[in-house]
Structure formats: C-alpha cells, structure tokens
Write a protein that binds this ligand. Structure first.
Ligand code: UD1
Length: 418
C-alpha cells in the first residue's frame, strides 16, 4: 500500500490546473448505459473511481474503445448484463448509479449494496423508494438490491425527504426512458446534477428545472450516445485553495469555475485570506495568519461537506475558535483524531467540532480514513513542522488526479513510497 512522506513548511507558489470533476464524470459514465452506441467523454480525470466505473461498465457489456489523454470513448451497444457485483461496488458508493439506468434500459438490475467512504450509514432507501414509485419491484437479498421492471417504468411524482445527490441522479436517469412525466421534488441542486441533466438533454432527454429543487423529466423512447466535456472539479479546486492558505502561499488555480467554489471563497475571505477571482481561474494569497471561521455543511449551494475536512485542517492553525457543524453525514469527523495527533485542539460533540487554533502542528504518522479526510491530512502535513507519513493513500487516489505531482510543482515536499 502506498504512503505519502511529507516534509512540512514549504510555502506553495505557482500555478495548478484543476482536473475534470470526479462527481460529474461518474454519473455521466453511468448514463451511457441509457444509450446504445459510441459515447465520447472529454475532460475525464484519471482517478481510481473512474477506473472502477469503467470496469463496472465493461462487466455489464460495454466496450471501452479508448482512453487517451483525458478523452474516453465507450461503446454501450453490447450492454446485456444487469448485475453489478460486490467486488466492484464495495469500493465505490457511486456504483449504485447504474441501478436506475439498468432498470430503465434492461428492465432488470441486481446491484450490490454499496461501500465507498466510511462516512456514515449512507442508506439507499431514497433510491429504492423512488424507483418503486416509477413502478419497479425491488427486493433486498443477500447484500444485493434486486429490481425488475418487466413492463417498463412509468412517470410519477417523487419526493425526497432528504436531499440526495446520487439519489436525484439515479431517478433522473431512470426517468429519461420512462413512459410519461416524472417530477422530482426536493431534488439536489449540485452543479454535478445540473450538468448531468444538461448532458442527458443533449442526448435527447427532456429535463427541465435542473438547478432548482423541482426537476421535471418527460420520458422519451431512446437517447442518443453522449458527447460532452466534464467541467473542473470544485472539490479539488477548493483543496488547492486551502493548500495555498494553510502554507501562507500564493497559488493561481486555473481551469476552475469560481462560481462553484463560492461558499469557500466567502469563508476564506472571512478568515482574512486574499482570494482573487478571474473568469476561469482563482488566486489565493495566504499572508501567514488567518482568523477562525464557523462553517455548517449543507446541500448545494451551502458549504459542501466534501470540503469540511480540509477546512478543519485550516482552522487548526487559525487565530481563535471555530465551530464546524456537519449536517450532511453523521460520521464525518474521522480526520479529527488524526489532526489531534499532530497537536490540533479539537473537541467533538456529535455533529459539531470545536477547533481552537494552535501556533503549530507537528508532523506525525497518520492514517487516511476516507477520500476527503486524506486530503485534510495532506494539507495539515504541508503546514506542519517536520515529517508526516500518511498511510492508506489509496483513499486519496479515488478522487484526486496526481495530487502529489501537482503539489510538488507548487514547491511542496511530498513523495509517494510503495
Ligand atoms: C454525493 C457525492 C459525495 C458527497 C455527497 C454529499 C458523488 C459520487 N458523491 O454522495 O462526494 O459527499 O453527495 O454532497 O456525487 N441518504 C439517505 N438515503 C438515501 C441516500 C442518501 O438517507 O437513499 C442520506 C445520506 O446518508 C446523507 C444524505 O442523504 O446523510 C446525503 O447523501 P447523498 O447526497 O445521497 O450522498 P451521495 O450521493 O452518496
């Protein structure tokens, strides 16, 4: 298993280009199952979750024609299997995104209950209830969700009692090939959901309301193959913004959409960090000291839970006390224990973390526990005095393309050892 060795204390300087968004490409890849033909997707990041999704699609009968540079071509004409096995689904929760498309296209699906980041129970009930409302019959059997819709699916009104990103994506995809009209209420408004709707529309779907909490889908008989370019990853951009701030650096972040990271821009400015925005770029100047800020994670357009761990790392070195409330997931503070081992002062009480800034963190052996927690440990290690050894970095490889190479180019002292 790979580890990162980080020698902290370097101010990051220079330019970094953001890769395509992991959470945008995974649903788009799942959506290729709704089509029968040659799908061409550009801007695809080479991260482990993308390779897992490609393996899953290939297992289902799709043919990966090429993956050159950041352009992936996949032919879904031969999709004929409807089972997503445990081995593939267990490492990535987003595998559950094939459930809706398989039911819509093949009339049946058998998908293992997902794994992925250990950040809470993360049930599938909203996906299941929604697909049942469309007329599918679903059973839970030996760790698998087994579904049939032999007579096809029918449009219906679906209310999500919790905002779910992949839940909205799954139902929206299934509804495109469904008879009649589907109305998704309390739908997710994340940019990745809006993008998926736009991509499906380009392929012939009839979706309106994306970006609001009511999405309406008029079912169509068939979709054309997908052609699109994935937009830049807002969580990767946010992670590099915090990397600049925490090291007192000066980093220009290119190929990003500043609007997508507005909640973080707002909070960094509140902390006294200078953030300049361009059309497709950002510059973050850390001048050393910064103040504490309070954050509450919320579905988009609130502060994203996927940047909570990285922000906590930053707050361990802020002047004053920060209150961080995690409202999206019930068990997403696992990085706190590791940060404390570096000298951070963090008090946890249920969904709330109270972080009292310290003068300095010190390098330590650290264990990555989930994707975004790993990023927070890297950030803390970059700012800490001395060496940190971060193990289990396979978590970070799930969602960050070449993170250590990008950091090295900015002057960080980080290397990967096997
Ligand atoms: C997606 C993102 C993930 C991000 C999360 C929240 C992808 C591939 N992953 O995950 O990076 O952290 O959104 O922004 O896009 N829930 C239920 N029942 C369900 C489904 C979800 O109760 O059937 C709950 C979850 O436990 C959680 C909340 O809803 O508390 C939000 O989860 P959800 O938006 O579904 O997260 P994901 O789509 O899995």
């Amino acid at each position: 298993m790979d580890k990162f060795i980080v020698e902290g204390g370097q101010r990051l300087k220079g330019k970094v280009a953001i890769s395509g968004a992991k959470n945008a490409v995974l649903p788009v890849l799942a959506a290729t199952l709704l089509t029968a033909g040659r799908n061409e997707i550009q801007g695809v990041p080479r991260v482990r979750d993308v390779f897992t999704m490609i393996r899953l699609l290939s297992y289902l009968g799709a043919k990966l024609e090429s993956f050159e540079g950041d352009t992936l071509v996949i032919d879904t004409t031969g999709v004929n299997k409807s089972e997503a096995p445990y081995e593939l689904v267990s490492t990535m929760r987003a595998s559950c995104l094939v459930l809706g498309p398989l039911l819509a296209r093949l009339g049946q699906a058998k998908v293992s209950l997902p794994g992925g980041c250990a950040i809470g129970a993360r049930p599938m009930d909203l996906h299941i209830k929604g697909l049942e409302a469309l007329g599918a019959k679903l059973d839970l059997n030996q760790g698998y969700i087994q579904g049939t819709a032999q007579k096809g699916l029918n449009g219906n009104r679906i209310y999500f009692d919790t905002v779910s990103v992949t839940g909205t994506a799954n139902l929206m995809m299934a509804a495109t090939l469904t008879e009649g009209e589907t109305i998704l209420e309390n739908a997710a408004r994340e940019p990745e959901v809006v993008f998926l709707a736009d991509v499906l529309n380009l392929a012939g779907a009839k979706i309106v309301g994306q970006g609001t909490d009511v999405i309406i889908v008029q079912g169509t008989g068939a979709l054309r193959p997908i052609e699109c370019r994935i937009f830049p990853d807002r969580i990767e951009a946010g992670t590099f913004m915090i990397a600049a701030a925490i090291t007192g650096g000066d980093v220009e972040i290119t190929n990003c959409v500043p609007l997508h990271v507005e909640p973080l821009i707002y909070k960094l400015r509140e902390a006294g960090i200078q953030v300049e925005t361009g059309e497709r770029s950002l510059r973050v100047l850390g001048n050393g000291g910064f103040r504490s800020i309070d954050i509450k994670t919320q579905p988009h357009p609130g502060f994203p839970t996927d940047l909570q761990a990285q922000t906590m790392a930053l707050m361990t070195l802020a002047k004053g006390q920060s209150i961080i409330v995690e409202n999206v997931f019930e068990n997403r503070f696992m990085h706190a224990a590791e940060l404390k081992r570096m000298g951070a002062e963090i008090f946890l009480d249920g969904h709330t973390a109270i972080v009292t800034g310290v003068e300095q963190l010190s390098g330590a052996p650290l264990m990555a526990t989930d994707l975004r927690a790993s990023a927070s440990l890297v950030l803390a290690a970059l700012a800490a005095k001395g060496e940190s050894v971060i193990s289990r970095v396979y978590h970070i490889d799930r969602g960050y393309e070449g993170i250590e190479e990008k950091l090295v180019r900015l002057g960080a002292n980080i290397r990967r050892v096997s």
